[in-house]
Ligand binder design. Structure first.
Ligand code: NAD
Length: 257
């Protein structure tokens, strides 16, 4: 499978799943645009490392995915966008009554609305090229719920709806739109939840991982960023050209329960 000649934008891709996806797309030959909102030397170095490792063009473009204009500008600044991966995401865990409204707004903006804006900016180029792939990183929480994650679950369900609508609007034009729904992947966003969960459940780290986090993941194992990246590469392949408007779970059986 070669993605040579294709340019991929991966939002929120200086760590975790986004970086894993960017690396697998680069391994398949795509030029990649990495993004976060921090614009640090480390961010640019991460892009250079991807370029060096895979012999493709890779660069870092800073853009804050909570800002609609910045989302659209990211696509413009990338210069081309054959593959759009909407991955940027944040989390906050609290009961609905105590959920800070500003956190709700930020999660909806970054985890859901950003994908609307980038997709709107990317589709004209994909239509002109007669080929495109929109990959939205949803979650097992796009298909099921957990308590205390109201904004995240709402955003991740919302992105599944956006995916279906996108697919219908571009059907028959060589463009597909799908949502990848990972279960637990041990990345910084998950790592940051462990102390809270330890406090809530009065458990040590290993017990929280085994009995709380992976309790719903029948495989008993975290999914890896490489596995999510490999799924993204598959969805870009010719074999996946008729897979559109759907979800693909990488969750160790979570949503089969
Ligand atoms: P992460 O914290 O490692 O990565 C999140 C990325 O988003 C980072 O690169 C961060 O810089 C970026 N980001 C955050 N706010 C941003 C903003 N305003 N503008 C631009 N970039 C921003 O987390 P991750 O686990 O790799 O999560 C990536 C995606 O995968 C998220 O959408 C998350 O909801 C989803 N997901 C993660 C898991 C998991 O278990 N880790 C499971 C299912 C879905």
């Amino acid at each position: 499978m070669s993605l040579a000649g294709k340019t991929a934008i991966v939002t929120g891709s200086t760590s975790g799943i986004g970086l894993g996806i960017a690396k697998e797309l680069a391994r398949a030959g795509a030029s990649v645009v990495l993004n976060s909102f921090t614009d640090s030397g480390e961010d640019h170095a991460t892009a250079r490392a991807v370029a060096d490792e895979h012999g493709v063009a890779a660069r870092y473009v800073s853009a804050d995915m909570s800002d609609p204009e910045a989302c659209r500008a990211l696509v413009e600044r990338a210069g081309a966008c054959d593959i759009l991966v909407n991955n940027a995401g944040i989390q906050h865990v609290a009961r609905i009554e105590e959920f800070p409204p500003a956190k709700w707004d930020a999660i909806i903006a970054i985890n859901l609305s950003s994908a609307f804006h980038t997709t709107a900016a990317a589709l004209p180029g994909m239509k002109a090229a007669g080929w495109g792939r929109v990959l939205n990183i949803s979650s097992a929480h796009g298909l099921t719920a957990s308590p205390y994650k109201a904004a995240y679950v709402a955003a991740k369900h919302g992105i599944v709806g956006l995916t279906k609508t996108t697919a219908l609007e571009v059907a028959g034009q060589g463009i597909t739109a799908n949502a990848i729904c990972p279960g637990y992947v041990l990345t910084p966003i998950v790592e940051s939840q462990i102390p809270d969960q330890m406090k809530t459940h009065n458990m040590d780290r290993e017990t929280v991982i085994k009995e709380v986090m992976l309790a719903r993941q029948p495989s008993g194992e975290f999914a890896t960023t490489e596995q999510v990246g490999g799924t993204a590469v598959f969805l870009c392949s010719d074999a996946a050209a008729q897979i559109t408007g759907t979800t693909i779970s990488v969750d160790g059986g979570w949503t089969a329960l």
